[in-house]
Design a binder for this molecule. Sequence first.
Ligand code: XMP
Ligand code: MG
Length: 176
Amino acid sequence: MQPSKTPLLTHDVIAQRVGELADTIARDYADKDLLLLLVLKGALVFGSDLMRRLPGRVAVDFVRARSYTGPNSSGQVRLLYTPSAPLADRHVLLVEDILDTGRTASFLQQHLHGYQLGSLRLVTLLDKPSRRENELTADYTGFTIDNQFVVGYGLDYEEAHRELPAIHVLDNGAVK
Ligand code: XMP
Ligand code: MG
């Protein structure tokens, strides 16, 4: 599987947008200590770029859920890892790579509501609203994309392609 030379979103375009998101988030949380909760594994690259564009103190932790077993969501969400830091009264920003059906993020939101957080918001790099099965919307969205399977910049197909610096469409198992 060879990546083509024409990504859907180049690394430069992504970097520009991540900077814009960071500026907005920094303004919104100017008087608060922010805890970024990265949804493993897909948000690893986006989250680490985002945190480095945020000025001031930022704490980071991780959560891991799985709802996905191939090009179509399986429907079930399971929690595989929860944050180690105490979350009560924290201002938590859940960091997702992509919103597809919306099941994973809404499952995580419901789970996190049990922790008596100070606040909870959601940032996603990518959004496929045409696939949504619930009312979920992100507070901050990088890019809205069509219903196509994408890889790179942390996103994988069966654990491949996360390392690509840009985001590419995957078509019939090949990176376009
Ligand atoms: P749901 O349907 O719960 O799915 O919103 C969210 C998770 O599904 C994965 N996903 C993708 N992964 N390219 C990927 O590499 C895609 O186009 C894609 N669409 C959904 C992803 O793990 C996300 O967190
Ligand atoms: Mg994911």
